[in-house]
Design a protein around this ligand. Structure first.
Ligand code: HEC
Length: 245
């Protein structure tokens, strides 16, 4: 039994370690940390809002091949026919990647931070640069909503224990777009939530089934334990009998 508990603890420990190892990725800005995307992956209303935003703002460039037959995507107008499949030449010669698995590849916090951290840079052909993805070929699609940002003249280091810097310590909003910063955060959270859904559309279903499986195992455990007691009763009786003979 003790060995079993130790094994369980070991498994928990290692799954924790791997999550930490993949958590952060530094960009050009040494202490830039990823913001935590405020998403709730079981909030279907948020996922649907994100899907709509994706259909109108992102699908002119990015495909979502794995979402072709998904009812949530279809309802939002994300269909195979509307995806940019036949574009031969892209600006700067960079083909926008398919984003079906983006949330698994880069992580939700990465996408959330990336979409927040465009800033004006006249040296770039797109007129913008990105804190997290320097020299990105993607234009600042979210500028109409967020507004324009420039690099902060003085970097306000948050000065946390490890000197971590958030994206908003590095830029200043010079013109607000159609959304307040809070509305913009909410909209980007919805898009990221949708991309998380796109990468794992069965996640909600899996969680539901997971509880049934755990319940089944718990019942099985009790039954097995009772069965074991029943078997050993005989064995013990037998042994006791041997001892006295
Ligand atoms: C005008 C075309 C265009 C639009 C519209 C557009 N993107 Fe992009 N996007 C690009 C290009 C090009 C890249 C590749 C950048 C590079 O590799 O330098 C890119 C890259 C990305 C990446 C990073 C991919 C990676 O892992 O390297 C993400 C995430 C992303 N886009 C999300 C979005 C979202 C979300 C929207 C809608 C709000 C959007 N994009 C709208 C052109 C576009």
């Amino acid at each position: 039994m003790l060995r079993f508990i130790l094994l369980l603890l070991l498994i928990c420990f290692f799954s924790g370690v791997s999550a930490v190892a993949f958590a952060e990725e530094a960009g050009q800005f040494e202490h830039l940390v990823l913001a935590t995307a405020p998403i709730n992956t079981s909030d279907m209303a948020s996922i649907k809002r994100g899907a709509k935003f994706f259909a109108t703002n992102c699908m002119s460039c990015h495909t979502l091949m794995y979402m072709r037959y998904d009812p949530v995507a279809q309802e939002a107008g994300i269909t195979y026919e509307k995806m940019p499949l036949n574009v031969k030449t892209w600006p700067l010669g960079v083909k926008p990647p398919d984003l079906s698995l983006e949330a698994s590849i880069r992580g939700v916090n990465w996408i959330y931070t990336y979409l927040h951290s465009f800033y004006q840079d006249p040296a770039r052909p797109t007129g913008v640069n990105n804190l997290l993805f320097p020299s990105t070929a993607m234009p600042n699609i979210v500028a109409p909503y967020q507004g324009d940002q420039v690099l902060a003249p003085v970097i306000h280091d948050a000065g946390g224990m490890y000197g971590n810097t958030e994206w908003y310590d590095l830029v200043v909003l010079t013109r607000q777009g159609t959304m307040t910063p809070e509305q913009f955060d909410g909209t980007i959270a919805d898009v990221v939530n949708f991309l998380a859904y796109a990468a794992e559309p069965y996640r909600i279903e899996q969680h539901r089934i997971g509880w049934w499986v755990l319940g089944f195992l718990a019942v099985l455990f009790v039954l097995m334990y009772l069965l074991k007691r029943e078997y050993w009763k005989e064995v013990k009786k037998h042994k006791e009998g041997e001892r006295w003979n």
